[in-house]
Design a binder for this molecule. Structure first.
Ligand SMILES: [Zn+2]
Length: 500
């Protein structure tokens, strides 16, 4: 028991260390240049024109992003979820698999065949591809938005919603300054600029702000309306258990924005708030990322589903009686982190939690006025293979369909060793010569095997799926480019350029 708790803690710590999935980003100052190649790589026209649905506009858009939730993750999580309910699993459906519309989404970054979350989130929030590791800036204006740059950053979807009188919310189990949530409200040449001490000489010399400051300073419309997630240390100075070197307490700065601005740091504070009050809530429930779903202490942190429900009710209250509704981005941010550690159990259980959050959002909203989108920013090199029999435990060793009659036990590889259904193309746990046991591989801390040794498993480059329901969802069809999600959301709200 003690051992299991201890090893779990060690794993949790190492998963946190591995969770820095950002690619090597050049930190030296680089000139703002646009190359011919980069220009050519950005098709300006959507590959498929949007379908216009007159008279049927959405009031609200809720965008769910399962960070790193590729197709193999969805399939395995569907079985994981079904088996956790006593089913065989293969015929189970996650909540969003019942949505009527889907599209395949190409995810590459301007300069990278296999993308990262910064470039992909930028495409979704600006309607333009950008480079890996960059957030909402283009190659010809990398310092746009910084005090010493004259360049204007591309407008964000949140800006368009705020400027039309709507409200904007962001929810994530990752730090609110991490790439996917940061792309809702911020701009930066480097996704690493999460707090002042991470800006480096480059960011400081150009007068750039870190993401924690950008979140609080966001000033389109009436600013961000609700923000719930992790990353508290990036908002607080060192003498208040934070990591900021500039001495700023940004939670105080948030409260000083107005009487309706409140800040909560734990489950007790969260539970004391009523979403119907429509207050502007900043909730920072962990110094860094929030816990994985299976590790969460419900006395300390709300679940992704609880944060999603709160944000929707809160935004409904804030936009009640108004023509324009809200844009809410909800990220299951740690599916990605578990995959980077080749810990399939936590990747699948966090996907299961995302499915619950989507179901809750669907129950709280109407198909008449709310477009719900569910997608991934990118995939992972996660595979499900080896001819296991129907109903074989998804975390388990492969047993062939003939095993029921022969009773010979698990399938063996060419070295005479059993193997698991789930595995990774690369990662830290390269396949060895020691036989695996069922007990070992079904443990929640087990790290599935990889073919290529790397300290952290990588993203995958194949397309991801976009699921949709509600007004404007008919544009979700065929094979699309990731930046078209921006166009789909804007068209759904009737905020396309022709109308603006
Ligand atoms: Zn990642």
């Amino acid at each position: 028991m003690t051992m299991s708790v201890k090893s779990s803690l060690i794993l949790a710590a190492s998963l946190l260390a591995l969770s820095a999935c950002q690619p090597a980003v050049q930190s030296k100052a680089s000139p703002e240049v646009k190359t011919q190649k980069q220009t050519q790589a950005t098709p300006l026209q959507p590959t498929a024109p949007l379908r216009i649905e007159p008279g049927k506009k959405a009031k609200n858009v809720i965008l769910f992003i399962g960070d790193g939730m590729g197709v193999s993750t969805i399939t395995a999580a569907r079985i994981f979820d079904g088996q956790s309910k006593g089913m065989s699993g293969e015929d189970n459906k996650l909540s969003f698999e019942r949505f009527p519309e889907i599209a395949m989404v190409r995810t590459y970054n301007l300069d990278a065949q296999v993308p990262d979350s910064a470039g992909t989130a930028s495409a979704i929030n600006t309607g333009k591809r950008t480079q890996i590791g960059k957030i909402n800036v283009q190659p010809d204006s990398l310092y746009a938005g910084c005090a010493k740059s004259t360049a204007t950053p591309p407008p964000l979807f949140a800006d368009i919603v705020e400027q039309s009188g709507g409200a904007v919310g962001v929810v994530s189990t990752a730090r609110l300054t991490h790439a996917t949530p940061a792309a809702v409200y911020g701009h930066a040449k480097s996704r690493g600029w999460e707090r002042d001490s991470k800006l480096g000489r480059d960011g400081t010399e150009h007068g750039c702000l870190d993401f924690a400051r950008q979140l609080v300073a966001y000033d389109k419309g009436d600013g961000l309306d609700v923000a719930l997630g992790g990353g508290r240390a990036n908002f607080l100075p060192k003498d208040k258990d934070g990591k900021r070197k500039d001495g700023m307490d940004l939670t105080q700065a948030w409260r000083e924005k107005g009487a309706e601005h409140v800040y909560v740091a734990d489950e007790a504070g969260f539970k004391s708030l009523k979403p119907e009050q429509g207050l502007k809530v900043l909730g920072l429930f962990s110094p860094s990322h929030m816990s994985y779903a299976v590790d969460r202490d419900s006395a300390q942190q709300p679940s992704l589903t609880e944060m999603t429900e709160f944000a929707i009710r809160n935004l409904q209250a804030q936009t009640k009686g108004k023509d324009q509704g809200y844009y809410l981005m909800v990220e299951a941010g740690r599916i990605d982190h578990a995959h980077h550690a080749t810990n399939a159990y936590r990747a699948l259980s966090d996907t299961q939690e995302l499915s619950r959050a989507v179901a809750a959002a669907d129950a709280l909203t109407s198909d008449e006025d709310t477009l719900i989108l569910v997608t991934a920013d990118h995939s992972h090199v996660f595979t499900m293979a080896g001819y296991p029999k129907i109903g074989n435990p998804i975390m388990g060793l492969v047993h062939p369909p003939s095993d029921d009659e022969s009773g010979h036990g698990p399938s063996l590889d060419s070295d005479g060793l059993p193997y698991t259904t789930l595995g990774y193309q690369n990662g830290p746990n390269v396949r060895g010569k020691t036989p695996l046991s069922e007990e070992q591989v079904e443990d929640k801390d087990y790290r599935q095997q990889a073919a290529v040794r790397r300290p952290s498993e990588t993203h995958g480059g194949e397309d991801v799926i976009l699921f949709a329901k509600g007004p404007g969802s008919r544009n979700v069809h065929g094979v699309i480019d990731q930046y078209q999600i921006f166009d789909i959301m804007r068209e759904a709200l009737g905020l396309n350029e022709k109308k603006k």
